[in-house]
Write a protein that binds this ligand. Sequence first.
Ligand SMILES: Cc1cc2nc3c(=O)[nH]c(=O)nc-3n(C[C@H](O)[C@H](O)[C@H](O)COP(=O)(O)OP(=O)(O)OC[C@H]3O[C@@H](n4cnc5c(N)ncnc54)[C@H](O)[C@@H]3O)c2cc1C
Length: 250
Amino acid sequence: MRGDELAKLEPALGPAVVAAVHFPDEAQVDAQALAHAIPAAARHAGAQFRRASVARLRIEGRRVLGVDLDTGLVAAGAVVIAAGAWTPLVAGAALPADAIAPVRGQMVLLRTEPDGVAPRAVVFGPAGYVVPRPHGHLLLGSTMERVGFDKRVTAGGVASILAHALSLMPGLAGATLESTWAGFRPAPRDGLPLIGATAVDGLFVASGHHRNGILLTPVTAELVADAVLGRAGAIDGSPFRPSRFSEAES
Ligand SMILES: Cc1cc2nc3c(=O)[nH]c(=O)nc-3n(C[C@H](O)[C@H](O)[C@H](O)COP(=O)(O)OP(=O)(O)OC[C@H]3O[C@@H](n4cnc5c(N)ncnc54)[C@H](O)[C@@H]3O)c2cc1C
């Protein structure tokens, strides 16, 4: 799509954008809303939540007995490690330290009202994206940085995100910069997530989803439920088995 057709569909795009591919069925998930909805649904189904730091896994022989918090043992027949980029650091996880590494992503939130220069759809450019959100908000992303667990937002990071967005949509120059933040994508060493049973009985992993952890939430939940309940699922999860790392090193 180019020219008048493109300008009509997405008037916020500037003259530097000469062509685009339009996906009319493209949608977006609000990650914050999802992060509220999932615990609410789980509570409704009988789950209990405890906000605490896991000091280590309690393992005896080849079987996990639960997790140790500062306050003592929480006994469990099945334990799922879902600690994102910190997963290999959970004591007892038995994964190589570099199985999953943090990749920092910085984000910028703009507010466009009352100017109204916001795009109508999610716009992916060569080095990032612009995501329209309710009430005139726009999410701009992002950087890909291997800087360990350094969660700072940097001048260079924000500059590159803004430069990219403004190259796509120069009209955003007058928007209000509302906030910035950074997070860690859990990047697996071999590019595939770690989902399923480990060599320790009762111990499972659901981690390493890198840039797609929100998108892959439903399929991950299905694979983990299949693994914990020991049922043959509809999806072949074998490429994602966490034990591939210990197999590779033995
Ligand atoms: C800037 C940015 C943009 C992104 N955009 C997208 C996108 O558009 N679409 C998409 O699908 N994904 C996106 N992602 C990726 C997505 O956010 C991740 O894949 C996802 O959050 C991974 O989920 P997780 O639960 O495995 O890890 P996390 O979300 O990192 O959660 C792990 C949790 O474990 C906790 N934890 C760690 N150690 C312990 C311990 N010892 N005890 C107790 N708790 C512990 C941590 O505090 C953390 O709360 C993006 C990520 C970033 C940074």
